[in-house]
Write a protein that binds this ligand. Structure first.
Ligand code: SF4
Length: 73
């Protein structure tokens, strides 16, 4: 049973499109032109998968407790 997922944004890769903020405003915000996770660890939710999958530059990674990649696929 997973206790939570860890969200990371590669600020060097993020182009600041804001897509993730629009899709998951509870999980991402824009800071100095790059997205940043509001909380590094979240309850597993489809919303963060959708945001990671839709990032045009795959800057978002979602990992489970064991460090295994959940998204993007
Ligand atoms: S969707 Fe990707 S490129 Fe756009 S702001 Fe979010 S992390 Fe950055």
């Amino acid at each position: 049973m997973s206790a939570g997922w860890r969200i990371a944004v590669d600020a060097g890769r993020c182009i600041g499109s804001g897509g993730c903020v629009g899709m998951a405003p509870a999980h991402f915000r824009l800071e100095s032109g790059a997205a940043t996770p509001i909380a590094a660890t979240v309850e597993p939710t489809e919303t963060v998968i959708d945001a990671a999958e839709s990032c045009p530059v795959e800057a978002i990674t979602v990992r489970d407790d064991d460090g295994d990649l959940v998204a993007p696929a």
